[in-house]
Design a protein around this ligand. Structure first.
Ligand code: NAD
Length: 417
């Protein structure tokens, strides 16, 4: 399903709206606001490759480097036919506030290539990845900008980038994170975002005298984030009643057998056809009655109309940028509690940081050590956000932006504009 182009605010305007709200509470000057909104660099690359049939094809790739006041810039790289500069800029900005919120020594960046990986062979994707790396290699690096997996990219993609980059600059595992574990990746990285989403849900439900065991869940997206979150929720006794992927949504109000569904998707590359369960649309999924709704696919899905029809008590944003300000306003009015993306999906960048640290120190952590540190980091960030939201009488999103923005603003002022 392709979401129609939204009328109203586009991604970057939406992100800047959240930034403005926090900046006004912090009393940040117009001058500094301008600096904080403006990306350091926007790279547009034309990627020409030879297709398997011998013809040439051109793809457009972006890397937006938003802010490096707190350290090297960090952010994912996505392959999707709807990637556009505006969206990449918004996602890069979100990475700046996210890394600052969880207190990592990183800034924010994001990348994307306009392509539909389902229509490309593995070797064509490899050529696209290596050509793009070659075109941006001067401006990425372990101390400059460190890409990671995002939609439709994975450990294999990161291994190709590391290999291409290392040809020019020598062995450089720290240039990307989310690599295969046997090629300088970290234990726990693949699961980190979905596990972080689950830890956020646990914290949120505990605060409301609820638990995963007595709650129902609806999850949009069954890839790295949605699939792992579903698995972690299922392992903790939660009832996942609906999950979706690009082909539609599977619904079973008795609860879906997630481990068997994961096996099914490995074999069929889709959730379709699983145990003859009822299929509903991705739109219908968003209005199902449940305790916790987890968007874990695309951005810009909660418009005013969609938000009005949401039938959940909590929304935990696994995806980046799923809520437009008009939707956010409705959630706040309706008392639906939203754990914002920069908090809820920060597990990925947190364990990416652990991977980078291990690469630099040339040592390996155990999975237990990674997960313990992840739990500590996410829970600390969650508690700081909840405390500030109570103090300021604001949403968790506004509180999260105040913390992230406050740190970056202070660093920018100290370093000099
Ligand atoms: P992925 O490619 O592994 O999975 C994406 C899932 O979304 C797939 O199941 C796909 O079928 C589904 N999907 C795609 N288009 C859809 C549509 N139109 N409707 C419904 N479902 C659709 O990607 P991912 O890494 O799981 O990323 C998902 C979201 O989480 C993105 O917004 C990404 O930016 C965010 N995120 C990812 C990470 C990470 O570590 N991978 C970290 C933070 C945030």
């Amino acid at each position: 399903m392709v979401y129609p182009q939204q009328e109203g605010l586009m991604s970057i305007e939406a992100t800047n709206h959240y930034l403005e709200t926090a900046a006004n509470i912090l009393g940040i000057s117009e001058r500094l606001k301008t600096v904080l909104k403006t990306p350091r660099r926007i790279i547009k690359a034309e990627i020409v490759i030879e297709r398997d049939n011998g013809e040439l094809a051109t793809f457009v790739g972006y890397r937006v480097q938003h802010n490096n006041s707190l350290g090297p810039m960090k952010g994912g790289l996505r392959y999707h036919h709807e990637v556009c500069e505006n969206e990449v800029e918004s996602l890069a900005s979100l990475m700046t506030w996210k890394t600052a919120l969880v207190n990592l020594p990183f800034g924010g960046a994001k990348g994307g290539i306009i392509c539909d990986p389902r229509k490309l062979s593995e070797s064509e994707i490899e050529r696209i990845t290596k050509t793009f790396t070659d075109q941006i290699r001067d401006v990425i690096g372990p101390n400059i900008d460190i890409p990671a997996p995002d939609m439709n990219t994975n450990a294999q993609t990161m291994a190709w980038i590391m290999h291409e980059y290392s040809k020019f600059y020598g062995f450089s595992p720290g240039v990307v994170t989310g690599k295969p574990v046997y090629l300088h990746g970290s234990l726990g990285r693949e699961e980190a975002t979905g596990l972080g989403v689950t830890l956020t849900i646990e914290n949120l439900l505990n605060d409301h005298q609820r638990s995963i065991k007595d709650a129902t869940f609806v999850i949009q997206g069954f890839g790295n984030v949605g699939g792992i979150a579903a698995k972690c929720i299922h392992e903790r006794g939660g009832k996942v009643i609906c999950v979706s992927d690009v082909s539609g949504a599977l619904y079973d109000k008795k609860g879906i057998d997630i481990p068997t569904l994961i096996q099914h998707t490995h074999e069929h590359h889709s959730i379709k056809g699983f145990q003859d369960l009822e299929m509903i649309s991705n739109e219908a999924l968003l209005s199902l009655e449940c305790d916790v709704l987890v968007p874990a696919a695309l951005g810009d899905i909660f418009t005013k109309e969609v938000a009005e029809n949401v039938n959940a008590s909590f929304i935990v944003e696994g995806a980046n940028d799923p809520t437009l300000p008009e939707g956010d306003e409705i959630f706040n009015k309706r008392g639906i509690i939203v754990a914002p993306d920069i908090l809820a999906n920060s597990g990925g960048v947190t364990v990416s940081y652990f991977e980078w640290v291990q690469n630099i120190q040339r040592l390996s952590w155990t999975e237990e050590q990674v997960n313990q540190e992840l739990q500590r980091t996410i829970t600390n960030a969650y508690q700081r956000v909840v405390k500030l939201a109570k103090k300021e009488n604001c949403s968790l999103r506004t509180a999260a932006f105040i913390i992230g923005l406050g740190r970056v603003a202070k660093a920018n002022l100290t370093l000099g504009l």
